[in-house]
Design a protein around this ligand. Structure first.
Ligand code: 5GP
Ligand code: ZN
Length: 138
């Protein structure tokens, strides 16, 4: 899979838009366009790798560090009751985009849990939260 065929590679390349929160050498963070909850963000490797097994250690280490930074920002901006961090590998694990990524999913007490939804987020809200998270990063 290449930048021509992989949707996340196209986002990394700037060919497709995203509500960007953060980027560094190895990682890019943007809002999930079909958010399961307000503030649902994705941390992806810039380098294409389908799953955790194909991703290299340096990139995975960078994802963990970036996820921690964004988790702090989510706590500051949204103050959720909890934060679910998950990462799916392979269709049997319900992975739908075959480019390594970690989900940061703010959780509210009592809210039903789903891994995916087909309901797109409100673009204005996605942009607002992305900007707030970006501003809160330290
Ligand atoms: P997976 O099921 O592979 O773990 O998660 C893929 C995630 O990517 C889903 O939550 C889905 O909503 C999200 N997604 C799919 N296509 C796009 C897109 O074009 N832009 C953004 N921002 N998110 C996407
Ligand atoms: Zn890719």
């Amino acid at each position: 899979m290449t930048a021509d065929t992989c949707i996340f590679c196209r986002i990394v390349a700037g060919d497709l838009p995203c509500h960007r929160v953060f980027e560094d050498q190895h990682t890019l963070v943007f809002m999930d366009i079909f958010p399961v909850a307000d503030g649902h963000a994705l941390v992806i490797t810039k380098q294409h790798a389908a799953t955790i097994c194909e991703a290299d250690e340096e990139a995975l280490t960078a994802v963990a560090a970036t996820a921690r930074r964004v988790a702090h920002a989510i706590r500051t901006v949204l103050a959720p009751d909890g934060l679910m961090v998950f990462q799916l590998n392979g269709a049997a694990a319900m992975q739908t985009v075959l480019h390594y990524h970690m989900h940061l999913l703010p959780r509210r007490e009592g809210e039903p849990l789903a891994l995916h939804t087909r309901v797109p987020g409100d673009p204005a809200r996605l942009a607002e939260v992305a900007a707030q998270l970006a501003a809160a990063l330290r």
